[in-house]
Design a protein around this ligand. Structure first.
Ligand SMILES: [Zn+2]
Length: 413
């Protein structure tokens, strides 16, 4: 299982120069690896292993390469071979691919430290900042808005300079499976500790136990994006002002993406901490079904990312997560199973067959929960939410505020 956490970095002037320098030397190394490969006879191309073995010799010949941390240098060799194998795969699929190109300074933007040569100091740095050290370069301050989970192992660390000039540090995380918490026994699952989720149309998510989580408010950000895009459209193409404005637009877009990711991190952590089993709809089908109504969802939410995060955290926190068939979750009555067509504007579920009434999305979420149980080979438990909900007032759903989710989701996650 692989995953990464990305943080904005604030190197001092001096350290930034070091990062730049290393970036440049790694780029030269990459180009040299490429050159060495290209100039080897067709029937004797070097492997990644071969080229790693050539590193000491190259360091002697070109002392500048000795300035690099050895694991980081190996990661750069690995990068070339990964690109090579990606290219090969594309070729096999019938794409017309050329050869790998030399990397110009504008194209080569990141350096990876693999396994060693870095430290993370979570205690150093006030508030939500921390420090990460790159061997042979120095300490870099990062905005540590999302701590790395206890069970995660840092496999590699990458620093990157974006086209905007901003620095980022990302941690490639894995887990040692023997360290993971055990998942609750399947037989212990019931409606009280399990949840079905309807991926939002009205709300961000709607749970089978009647909770709704609101949309992240991105109105200001979108307004800003529209403003910057309007400005860009008035600039002359390829002028320096155009380039400057293009960077501004890219920055706002990235800001939105990061905000959404951060929010999804919090919601998913909240879910796996709150429940022993979480069921969601299979997205491919969901998207097909609701494409026309889903334009906004798709843009903001990136549900695939949400599900990926949820599945990743399932193992990390010891929670069952399953995707279930999405077809018909809205139409089907969660109480009796009879399907009734329901236009998107109809917000209520009112079953003509059994009389069960509830909110449209709650009904869908309950169906997701039921499907989840049958996926796990479990019968429908006694304390079904349908019965709990029918017994009480079905029109009042507890709304979970975004800030509550953020608060719970932030704890140690
Ligand atoms: Zn019914």
């Amino acid at each position: 299982m692989e995953h990464s956490h990305r943080y904005r970095a604030y190197p001092t002037q001096e350290v930034a120069e070091g990062l730049e320098h290393h970036l440049n030397v790694h780029r030269q190394l990459y180009n040299h690896v490429r050159w060495d490969y290209e100039n080897s006879p067709e029937d004797d191309k070097p492997t990644e292993y071969d080229q790693n073995n050539k590193l000491p010799e190259w360091k002697q010949k070109w002392p500048v390469f000795s300035e690099l941390h050895s694991k980081a240098a190996q990661a750069t060799v690995a990068r070339f071979h990964r690109n090579l194998s990606d290219l090969r795969k594309k070729k096999e699929k019938g794409y017309n691919v050329g050869r790998l190109k030399r990397q110009a300074p504008t194209e080569y933007r990141s350096v990876t430290y693999n396994q060693s040569g870095f430290n993370l100091d979570e205690k150093r740095g006030r508030d939500r900042f921390a420090y990460v050290r790159f061997s042979k370069i120095g300490w870099v301050k990062i905005r540590y808005h999302r701590p790395i989970p206890d069970h995660a192992i840092i496999k590699e660390v990458t620093f990157k300079k974006e086209t905007t000039g901003e620095w980022f540090v990302s941690f490639g995380l894995g887990t040692d499976d023997s360290d993971l918490p055990e998942k609750p026994d399947v037989d212990s699952l019931g409606a009280s500790n399990s949840v079905g989720i309807d991926l939002g149309i009205q709300n961000y998510i709607h749970t089978s136990d009647g909770k709704t989580v609101d949309w992240l408010d991105l109105e200001d950000e979108y307004e800003r994006l529209r403003r910057e895009q309007r400005k860009l459209s008035r600039k002359e193409m390829e002028s320096s002002n155009y380039e400057k404005q293009r960077r501004k637009v890219a920055k706002v877009k990235r800001h939105i993406k990061r905000k959404v990711l951060d929010y999804q991190h919090k919601i998913t952590t909240w879910l796996v901490r709150e429940y022993d089993a979480v069921f969601v709809e299979d997205l491919d089908v969901k998207e097909m079904l609701e494409q026309s109504h889903n334009a906004r969802n798709k843009q903001d939410a990136a549900w695939r990312q949400f599900t990926t995060l949820l599945e990743y955290k399932a193992d990390l926190y010891g929670c069952h997560v399953k995707q279930v068939e999405a077809r018909g979750t809205t139409k089907e009555c969660a109480s009796c199973g009879v399907e009734t067509a329901k236009p998107i504007l109809v917000r209520e579920h009112s079953c003509p067959s059994c009389g069960f009434e509830t909110d449209r999305d709650a009904n869908a979420a309950m169906n997701v929960l039921q499907r989840g149980f049958s996926e796990l080979g479990l019968g429908w438990p006694e304390d079904t939410p349908v019965e709990t909900v029918t017994a009480t007032d079905t029109t009042h759903f507890e709304s979970v505020s975004a800030s509550h989710v953020v608060e719970t989701g932030s704890l140690g996650a």
